[in-house]
Design a binder for this molecule. Structure first.
Ligand code: ADP
Length: 250
């Protein structure tokens, strides 16, 4: 081999390339590891409903003919666990799908919030008070994805409190800021960041009854981030929580 001598500039370029290459490898590795964690968490979450369905099916097989109340109890449990699995799978797909924003259009945020709030009419027997900004502001984004963000936040606010919920829109600098405020149990400081992690639930045992998957806030965060915005929470224990969505104005 002919020995190649590199001048300083080429040496620098070579180092730069090496650095970029190493960064790419690190990024891929991190991505791969995150994917592995996701698959392992997801299988763990799916295992519980599957084993409940299996044990009720076995109970039905063994004792169903002799005891009609067992038939009812088992079928109810099988139905509700199957529903839970369905929700988990739907939300896992939503998490994967929402990393990008497609079909970007101009969105009137007042209309979008009114439509989202209307979905909850009568569902929980409580009021959602809406305080829009004085002027109708427009942002750019994907209607369905942004609706999903507010659906998740309002649904949580209703699920984790038993009082009315306030939705307020304000303009701050170049951002449209939407506050979803509840007057419920509140969130301890040490939990505030973890809530946005996939599958994280504050009180797994109690929250199982609310039918939660622990994916809602992770989906909402992915969508707001992919829209160039942010999602955060402020909360006082025993007084309530406010989830804050900031989206860049056009
Ligand atoms: P889940 O399907 O469990 O509701 P989320 O990702 O939407 O999943 O929320 C994660 C956890 O954050 C919930 O299980 C709950 O413990 C907590 N949480 C979410 N919203 C609120 C709220 N408004 N008030 C109190 N706790 C909340």
């Amino acid at each position: 081999w002919n020995k190649i001598t590199l001048d300083n500039r080429s040496q620098d370029e070579l180092h730069e390339m090496e650095k970029t290459f190493n960064e790419m490898i690190d990024y891929q590795k991190e991505n791969y590891e995150m994917q592995e964690i996701f698959v392992s968490d997801a299988s763990h979450e799916l295992k519980t409903p599957i084993s409940i369905i299996k044990s009720y099916a076995q109970l039905l097989e063994r004792r169903g003919t002799e005891n009609p109340s067992i038939v009812k109890e088992s079928l109810d449990a099988i139905n509700s666990e199957a529903e839970r699995m369905q929700k988990l799978v739907e939300q896992m797909l939503a998490l994967a799908k929402n990393k990008d924003v497609s079909n970007v259009e101009n969105i009137n945020i007042t209309n979008l919030l009114e439509e989202t709030i209307a979905i909850f009419k009568g569902a929980y027997g409580r009021e959602i008070n809406f305080y829009p900004a004085s002027k109708g502001y427009e942002i750019q984004g994907n209607q369905d994805q942004l609706k999903q963000v507010f659906y998740i936040l309002i649904d949580n606010a209703l699920k984790y409190s038993d009082k009315n919920v306030d939705v307020t829109v304000e303009i701050k600098d170049d951002n449209l800021v939407i506050f979803v405020r509840d007057y419920g149990q509140g969130i301890p400081d040490e939990e505030k960041d973890r809530l946005f992690e996939r599958f994280y639930r504050m009180d797994k045992a109690r929250n199982r009854n609310t039918g939660g998957t622990g994916l809602g806030l992770a989906i909402a965060k992915t969508i707001t981030t992919s829209h160039g915005g942010s999602l955060s929470v402020e909360s006082v224990l025993g007084e309530g929580s406010t989830f804050i969505v900031a989206l860049p104005l056009k």
